[in-house]
Each structure stands twice: as C-alpha cells, then as structure tokens.
Write a protein that binds this ligand. Structure first.
Ligand SMILES: [Zn+2]
Length: 122
C-alpha cells in the first residue's frame, strides 16, 4: 500500500458558537492542511498519482475557504467550523473531486503548529 501526502496552507476567520472561552469570538488561523491518498497499483511510470495533480485539486477546494469567514460558508452556517468539522468537510470534497482517480485516505487540519485533527473513514 502506498500513501501520498500533500501539504497546503490557507488563512480564514471563524468563531465557535457556544464555545465557553475565547474561541467564541471572531478570530483567525493560518491553517495547515494535509491530504493523504492511498492505493496499491502504480502506473507505468511508477507513481500512484501525480503530486502536481493532487495539489491542483486540493488548492481548488481550499480556494473556496481562503481569506473567508468560515461561519458564512456552507455547511458552517449550520455546524461549527471546528477543525474536526473542517477536516471531515475537506475529506468529503477531496473524495468527490478525486473519485475515479485515487482513494482519499485522510485529511489533517492543523489550526496551530501543535494542534491538529485528522479525519478518516471507517
Ligand atoms: Zn479557532
């Protein structure tokens, strides 16, 4: 089994409705996000999927979030834009975009250098 990971960054504002502390106030993060895909079959050149293609797909998704207030975007008008929900959202978007290309293994969202959430299915 091969796993490939690309790492990107984006910046966004959010606030956590119902949070008892400072996170209930509008604030921002420079998010670091990692997309990992997996597969067993390499192509004739010996790669699972081109890193550049993976970055392009992920960047297109992240462009929708970059320099935005996440609370104003679906589905975060309804559910809190926690890193947990963000990771699951990005997993779903990536799995949809890469359907038929490669299987998405997991998405990790880091809202700081020391605090990360990983979402994977199963
Ligand atoms: Zn926050």
């Amino acid at each position: 089994m091969y796993e490939l990971t690309v790492e990107r960054e984006f910046s966004a504002a959010h606030m956590m409705r119902g949070h008892p502390g400072a996170c209930a106030r509008l604030h921002g993060h420079n998010y670091r996000v990692l997309l990992t895909v997996e597969g067993e079959e390499l192509d004739e050149t010996g790669i699972l999927v081109d890193f550049a293609d993976l970055r392009r797909v992920f960047d297109r998704i992240l462009d929708d979030l970059d320099h935005r207030n996440l609370n104003e975007l679906e589905p975060f008008t309804q559910v809190n834009p926690s890193s947990e929900h963000l990771a699951r959202y990005l997993y779903g978007r990536a799995a949809e975009a890469l359907d038929g290309v490669v299987r998405v293994s997991r998405v990790t969202v880091c809202e700081s250098g020391t605090s990360c959430v990983t979402y994977r299915e199963e």
